[in-house]
Design a protein around this ligand. Structure first.
Ligand code: AMP
Length: 231
């Protein structure tokens, strides 16, 4: 049975919870989970220019931020909750939040990709990525010395123009890699969006925070159950 709207205790008594989330795939899939537990935004976040969007009847609000900024907002307590890709969390160094729930949305993989031919053996491998920390950690764990080149976009271009030997980037369907003549050489991590929660909010707003986590966990389970016949 679906949880009823208004079940998050405390929220109706004036306490508010802010949820930091980025527009795009994460927000659109997160909204489906919110919808399942009877939570709807007061206005459409995808078209609205407001960066703080109340959620109807629940004392909750969405705070719209860039994907890479979600952990920072939650770490510093500017938002109680956040919805962030595991790729972003692996890059982040702060420790001010818990990661209680895999929301099982925005699934993809963080991969090493390069041209189909073997990687050069002599000299240090050059790896282009926006995931500098994760890339360093990954190759260091394997005992490989690499030069990490920090890029902000269009990673796939780097091996094509000789800037790097390979890249570390997100892959969903694999179409972008394929279109640029690149293949997956290694998978670093399975990625999905996670719910994160500020440690202080967990203490201070414990009842309402835990209730919302429980409701979202139920919505994630229901979504997985509904999906099963398709598999
Ligand atoms: P695809 O061609 O489907 O493999 O998608 C690859 C492109 O989409 C890359 O530029 C990725 O950076 C981006 N991408 C794929 N999945 C995600 C995701 N879950 N979140 C953000 N970007 C993604």
């Amino acid at each position: 049975m679906r949880p009823q709207a208004g079940r998050v205790r405390g929220l109706d008594r004036g306490s508010t919870l802010a949820i930091a989330v980025s527009k795009g795939r994460i927000l659109s899939e997160f909204r489906i989970l919110l919808d399942r537990i009877g939570i709807k935004p007061a206005e459409d976040p995808e078209t609205s220019r407001s960066l703080v969007i109340p959620l109807k009847d629940r004392g909750l609000r969405l705070v719209i931020v860039r994907a890479a900024d979600v952990p920072t907002y939650v770490d510093y307590g500017a938002a109680d909750f956040g919805v962030a890709g595991k790729d972003v969390l692996l890059e982040y160094r702060g420790e001010g939040f818990y990661e209680p729930l895999d929301l099982d949305i925005a699934r993809c993989k963080l991969v090493v990709a390069g041209k189909a031919e073997p990687l050069p053996r002599a000299g240090r491998l050059r790896v282009a990525t926006k995931y500098v920390q994760t890339t360093r950690r990954h190759f260091a764990q394997k005992g490989d010395q690499v030069e990490v080149i920090h890029l902000y976009g269009s990673m796939e271009l780097a091996p094509l123009v000789g800037l790097a030997d390979c890249i570390v980037d997100l892959m969903d369907t694999g179409n972008t890699l394929k279109a640029n003549g690149l293949v997956v050489l290694e998978t670093i991590a399975e990625v999905s969006a996670r719910l994160i929660i500020n440690k202080a909010a967990m203490k201070v707003k414990n009842a309402s925070v835990k209730a919302l986590i429980a409701e979202l966990a139920e919505a994630v389970d229901q979504t997985a159950t509904d999906r099963k016949p398709e598999r």
